[in-house]
Design a protein around this ligand. Sequence first.
Ligand SMILES: Nc1nc2c(ncn2[C@@H]2O[C@H](COP(=O)(O)OP(=O)(O)OP(=O)(O)O)[C@@H](O)[C@H]2O)c(=O)[nH]1
Length: 209
Amino acid sequence: MEVTGIIIAGGRSSRMGQDKALLEIEGATMLERTYITLQQATQRVIVVTRDDQGYEQDSMEAVSDIYPGMGPLSGIHAGLSASTTEWGIVVACDMPFVQLEVLQALLVLTEKWAASKGAAESPLQAVIASVAGRMHPLLGVYHRSVLPSAEERLRNKRLRLTEWLETLNVRYATIADMPGVTENIWHNAVFNMNNPQDYKLVLEQFRKD
Ligand SMILES: Nc1nc2c(ncn2[C@@H]2O[C@H](COP(=O)(O)OP(=O)(O)OP(=O)(O)O)[C@@H](O)[C@H]2O)c(=O)[nH]1
């Protein structure tokens, strides 16, 4: 399946106190690490920033929010708008434990679920990670058909991702749907760093491994 990798990286990182995309782990920034992982799973990777944050200088393709600074929905919208494939796989830039096998499993699942719909069903629009009963919209695969509703929400400033997803034809991927992915890897994949304490814990975890 042809797919674009979309890194959502236009947040203000106010709780962290410094740009989360530029936090370093083992000598590479979160942006670089996420980019490399997505590059292995997709044909093209796009970084979505709030406005011109200068990431494209690092030879990465970057686009800016079309509706700047309205939160992650802005990023999903701008990333899918810039994609030329039907599907885009979205990962936030602050998720240090997303592994290639997780992305690959999500893509296989999307292809399977998109193909298996009955003739009477409406087409699948997104496959979102669900861990311990909680959905994680910033680790998911989105079809371009979500764009009009994303745009409508941005125009009306109804920005909550969970509410938006309720209006779409979404399936939630749980560990039971992800053959070859361990419980630990799946659980860790949706962890995101919000504050300096989270970053410290992540660095300790990498030091241990
Ligand atoms: N493109 C884009 N990405 C965003 C925007 N807001 C948040 N993000 C990204 O979405 C992910 C989750 O962001 P949050 O942690 O909720 O918000 P944040 O602004 O980064 O951090 P805080 O200021 O501490 O809330 C991160 O990868 C952010 O970079 C936005 O307006 N545009």
